[in-house]
Design a protein around this ligand. Structure first.
Ligand SMILES: NC(=O)c1ccc[n+]([C@@H]2O[C@H](COP(=O)([O-])OP(=O)(O)OC[C@H]3O[C@@H](n4cnc5c(N)ncnc54)[C@H](OP(=O)(O)O)[C@@H]3O)[C@@H](O)[C@H]2O)c1
Length: 315
């Protein structure tokens, strides 16, 4: 395993994190096994949220770590709150976002209970709430840090300007955002540059584009978007073959090669898939190949040179 610094905390986290969104009671044994397997293979960074599987994700993660005999201080647990689904408290008619100080404090208390722990290493507002001033959100985190319930703060799905606004009031260590070879927005909107400016890690959600980049897609799609995705996957597979890697490893290696601590949140509750992904750590593409993959992914050439990119080759 390779490790990178979590923001500016001095704490080391694994270059690959386990995304725990699919941990459930229904598949409890398999879910716990994937957490323990991840830890055995060097992953010390686990991401969950109050809304994942209605809170079961947090409960199963906490139980898996305890029963796996994994010391609390040997792992970094990240969680989130702020998305309020119908049925949650307070009861809104529609799905709403709430980053008010009271909501965050109550959310942290509930997450601590489900995780069965005294503190959360990294807490992230899940999505922006336009109705709460960032100063109020930051105040909640100051209090939670002073009480020892939250160690560090990050954000999830924030834009560069939203990051700047909240970081005027509280130090942010990470941004969690959708990022993969099938979702290049963080490169195109300056999000990655903002993270580098602020010395924040970028945690990539859906790094395999919900499994499409690990070969879970269906080539026979009639939908134009899925067809485009499968076209990209077919070309990524050629690079995977060239290096002798799997498709998913190639997609993860492409992300991890970016500077500044770009960490994929691998989404699986399958221990074999955890092992396959861990094997991607340390793999490096040639600079030419990295850029060629980016050109394939974005579907249009970069403004330079005459190199015959793969996607323009006659087939
Ligand atoms: N902040 C946010 O708004 C947000 C949103 C979404 C997700 N997240 C975070 O990001 C994490 C990952 O998201 P995600 O689940 O969409 O990620 P993902 O890794 O892109 O996709 C997960 C899917 O890929 C499949 N998969 C993984 N490895 C595979 C392999 N080797 N072969 C075949 N299939 C494979 C999984 O199936 P198996 O289970 O069968 O392996 C699962 O269906 C979540 O757990 C969560 O922590 C955050």
């Amino acid at each position: 395993m390779e490790f990178v610094e979590l923001g500016k905390t001095g704490k080391k986290v694994s270059a690959l994190a386990l995304g725990c969104m699919s941990l459930t009671h229904e598949k409890e044994a398999q879910s716990r096994a994937s957490v323990v397997k991840a830890f055995e293979l060097g992953i010390n960074f686990f991401d969950t949220a109050d809304v994942y599987t209605n809170g079961e994700s947090e409960t199963v993660l906490g139980a898996a770590l305890k029963e796996g005999g994994i010391a609390r201080e040997d792992v970094v647990i990240a969680s989130k709150c702020g998305i309020v689904f119908p049925g949650m408290v307070p009861e809104y008619e529609y799905k709403a976002y709430d980053l008010s100080a009271d909501y965050i404090k109550a959310g942290v208390e509930k997450s601590l209970k489900r995780l069965d722990t005294d503190y959360i290493d990294l807490f992230q507002p899940h999505r922006i709430d336009y109705l709460t001033h960032p100063e109020e959100t930051a105040r909640a985190f100051d209090d939670l840090k002073a009480e020892g319930k939250v160690r560090h703060v990050g954000v999830s799905n924030f834009s560069p300007d939203e990051i700047r606004a909240l970081s005027a009031y509280v130090r942010l260590e990470v941004l969690q955002t959708q990022f993969s070879l099938l979702h290049l927005e963080p490169l195109e909107t300056g999000l990655l540059a903002t993270c580098q400016e602020k010395q924040m890690n970028m945690l990539c959600w859906s790094p395999n584009h919900s499994g499409v980049l690990a070969g879970k897609g269906d080539l026979a799609h009639s939908n134009w978007q899925a067809q485009r995705e499968q076209g990209v996957v077919t070309l990524v597979a050629e690079f995977a073959d060239k290096y002798g890697w799997t498709l998913g490893q190639t997609a993860l290696a492409w992300l991890m090669q970016l500077p500044g601590g770009v960490i994929p949140l691998l989404g699986t509750a399958n221990p074999d898939h955890v092992a396959e992904a861990v094997d991607a750590v340390g793999k490096r593409l040639d600079r030419d190949d990295w850029y060629e993959l980016m050109v394939i992914a974005r579907g249009r050439p970069m403004p330079w040179g005459q190199r015959p990119y793969l996607y323009t080759k006659e087939r």
